[in-house]
Each structure stands twice: as structure tokens, then as C-alpha cells.
Write a protein that binds this ligand. Structure first.
Ligand code: PLP
Length: 408
């Protein structure tokens, strides 16, 4: 493996793609092809029989997807060792979106009669997938506060059908964090697997495999791509055999494969992950400090503030605090609308993890599909505003926030 000698994560991001470029192309070519040719029937048969099925038909894999997968594998495994003390090997499967990767994750690990446990603060689409669609397929979801490890243990003891615990940490948009290592230790004692949605942290800030996770999930649409130019999702696992057999089968037959152009955009984006994240993180710290002391602000959710309930756990398991914040204005939802409409630099849009700052209103947008009482119980009030802090010069963000807050 080429990446094991790399000390820093930017070097990993720049030099871990496979270099199977026929024509000496410096960047990874976009293999815009649905199928791959065989020189003879025998060669075709050999490719079908072989372990590498990425040069047969693009739903099964494609050199551009593979290049992206290799980079993500190297990023999530960077500096980690397996039980035998060897460099950790992972298998990544690139999907058309985060939701496609999540469908593969759930359906390859759970079937009718099984139970899934998760923390109650989740991305809206994940929660809807669990409570609306998996429920229809006979898979039950229990949402609890998994930060209460005793409650989790009691839940495990009372429900013998739990097969998977899915964690999203930090959670979008409440920034709640859960202790990955403590939960993995408990889950593994009961033969339960653990998956972690690492979208908000990225492998630069947090490596769930180092803390015991069995699977890592990313909406690669967000910080991994970084520029808001494509959708992608990735599912990684450390049980290579399971990933290459059962998980691969679900991936290929559900048909949630990526495409060569979006994969290419993801590869380009990941090259600057570290330097983007450093700037996203330092800007977020400054924005949070500015908002926290502003008289119009009721509350700021940012794990870097000592007032955040999960500040300590975030500090323990992340390299820096994640560049996502949410906040409430004293004037509630009306003030929130006026504030969002008055912004002149920040972009009004859902999604997160792009180089420019995105501001959205979860109650009417990303979490619109969740019942109001439930949403409020899970920390998403009517007036909550979410901000994915970009890499603009801080002075411009500060001036924009100040002028918009003056207008409410
Ligand atoms: C966006 C997002 C998803 C879903 O990913 P898509 O790429 O939009 O399908 C899942 N989890 C989190 C935390 C997200 O932010």
C-alpha cells in the first residue's frame, strides 16, 4: 500500500488515487462508459470470476469511482493499525448520494424483525429513512439519548433483536456528540455492530475506526467534495470479506452507484481537504465567539464553546471542533427570517460543507419531514438557524452577520 509511508493527511489525499491512467493523464480521467470490453470470451469469463469486478459494467464499479474510493479508504485509515499491528485496510463503496450509501448500510445489515438503535438527534433524511421506510420493511428503530450509556445498556438488554447502532456525531444541526469508543465497547460485548456518520467531522477531524467503529458513512456531497459541485455518498467497512460480498451485493443490486463525473469532482475536492478544514474550523471558532456575545442571540450550538453539553466528548474524540454551528435568536422565528433575508455575503441554501458559508432554517427545510413535537424534543426549535461556515475572510463574515443582526 502506497499510503503507509505518508506522515500527513494532505499527502494521503494527493497521492492515494490509483494511477491506472493509460495516457499519462496527470488528473484522474473521467471514464464515461457504461460497459468495458473483452478481447475474448475467455478474458470476459476471467474478469467475472476474478476478485476485482470494477472493469465489467459501471454499476459494478468504474476506474474513476475506484480512484475516489481508494482516496477515501486512505484518508479514513490514515495512521491506523489493525488488531495485528499492520496498517488498517478498509473497503469503501462509492454511491450516488449519502442516502444511497445509507440504504446499502441498513439493508445489508438489517432485515425484517431486526432492530436499529440510534441517537435521537439525526440528519432529517436519516431519521425519515429509519422511521418511515425501514419501518415499512419490518425493521424497527429505537431513538434514544445514547449519551446516557446506562439507558443504552438497558435498551440492549431489553431488545434482543438489535443488530446495529448508528451514530451521527457531531449531529446535524444540533452538534450533539456521542462517545464513539464507549458505545463501540458496549455494542461489541453484545455482538452488535456500530456505524458512524462522519459527514460533519470528516476523517481529518475524527477517525471512527480508531475508536472501534465497524462502518463509517459519509455524505461526500459535503466537506469531502467541499465545493457543492456534486452528490456522492460513501460506505466504508473494515470487515473486507463482508464488504466485498454481502454489502457489495446490496450496493450493486440496489443500483445506487455513483457516476464518473461526480467521482472526478469528489477526487478534485478531496485534494484540499486539510487546508479547507483548517480555515473552516478557524472561521467557525471566530463566528461562534462573535454570535455568542451578541445581544440579539439567545443560544449558540457549537462544540467549541464550553457551554455546549458535549464540549468534553467532542474535545476527546475530534482533532478540532467541527465547522458547523446552529443558533437561536431572542426574537424567535420572525427575527430568524428577517436575519436570513438580510444576509448579503452568506449564501441562503441548504446543504453544508461548501467553501462558501451556507445559512438555512432546519425547521422549514432539512427537517420539514419530521413531526414538530418530535423535532422540538430533539433540539430543533422553530427559530433555529444553521450555519455551515465557509472559508471567506472572517472580516467579511463578521460584517455581514453584524449588519443582518442590526436589521431584525
Ligand atoms: C447530507 C447528509 C446526509 C445525506 O447525504 P446526501 O448526499 O444528501 O444523500 C446524511 N447525513 C448527514 C449528516 C448529512 O449532512
Amino acid at each position: 500500500m502506497k499510503n503507509k509511508k505518508f506522515k500527513g493527511i494532505s499527502t494521503v489525499a494527493l497521492h492515494s488515487t490509483s494511477n491506472e491512467h493509460d495516457n499519462f493523464s496527470h488528473t484522474t480521467p473521467i471514464y464515461a462508459t457504461s460497459t468495458f470490453t473483452f478481447d475474448s470470451t475467455n478474458e470476459g469469463m476471467e474478469r467475472f470470476k476474478g476478485a476485482d469486478k470494477t472493469r465489467i459494467y459501471s454499476r459494478w464499479g468504474n476506474p474513476t469511482f475506484v480512484a475516489a474510493e481508494k482516496t477515501i479508504e486512505a484518508l479514513e485509515a490514515h495512521g491506523l493499525l489493525n488488531d495485528k499491528g499492520e496498517p488498517l485496510e478498509l473497503k469503501a463503496l462509492l454511491h450516488s448520494s449519502g442516502q444511497a450509501a445509507m440504504s446499502t448500510l441498513f439493508l445489508s445489515n438489517l432485515s425484517a424483525g431486526d432492530t436499529l438503535v440510534s441517537h435521537y438527534s439525526l440528519y432529517g433524511g436519516t431519521q425519515e429513512l429509519m422511521q418511515k421506510l425501514l419501518a415499512e420493511a419490518g425493521i424497527k428503530t429505537i431513538l434514544i439519548d445514547v449519551r446516557d450509556i446506562k439507558l443504552l445498556e438497558k435498551t440492549i438488554q431489553e431488545n434482543k433483536t438489535i443488530k446495529l447502532i448508528h451514530l451521527e456525531t457531531p449531529a446535524n444541526p444540533t452538534l450533539q456528540c456521542v462517545d464513539i469508543e464507549a458505545i463501540c465497547t458496549l455494542a461489541h460485548q453484545h455482538n452488535i455492530k456500530v456505524s458512524v456518520d462522519n459527514t460533519v467531522a470528516t476523517p481529518y477531524l475524527q477517525q471512527p475506526f480508531a475508536l472501534g467503529a465497524d462502518f463509517v458513512f459519509h455524505s461526500a456531497t459535503k466537506f469531502l467534495n467541499g465545493h457543492g459541485s456534486a452528490l456522492n455518498g460513501v460506505l466504508l467497512g473494515k470487515d473486507l470479506e463482508f464488504m466485498k460480498t454481502k454489502v457489495w451485493k446490496w450496493h450493486v443490486l440496489l443500483g445506487g452507484n455513483s457516476n464518473a463525473f461526480d467521482s472526478y469532482l469528489l477526487i478534485q475536492g478531496m485534494k484540499t481537504l486539510e487546508i479547507r478544514m483548517d480555515r473552516h474550523c478557524s472561521n467557525t471558532e471566530k463566528v461562534a465567539a462573535f454570535l455568542d456575545k451578541h445581544p440579539a442571540i439567545e443560544k449558540v450550538n457549537y462544540t467549541g464553546l464550553a457551554s455546549h453539553p458535549d464540549h468534553a466528548i467532542a474535545k476527546k474524540q475530534m482533532k478540532q471542533h467541527a465547522p458547523l454551528i446552529s443558533f437561536e435568536l431572542k426574537g424567535g422565528i420572525d427575527a430568524g427570517k428577517k436575519f436570513i433575508d438580510a444576509l448579503e455575503v452568506c449564501t441562503r441554501a441548504v446543504s453544508l460543507g461548501t467553501v462558501d458559508t451556507l445559512v438555512s432554517h432546519p425547521a422549514s427545510m432539512t427537517h420539514f419531514g419530521i413531526a414538530r413535537e418530535e423535532r422540538i424534543k430533539y433540539g430543533i426549535s422553530d427559530g433555529l438557524i444553521r450555519m455551515s461556515v465557509g472559508i471567506e475572510n472572517f472580516e467579511d463574515l463578521e460584517a455581514d452577520l453584524a449588519q443582518a443582526l442590526a436589521k431584525i
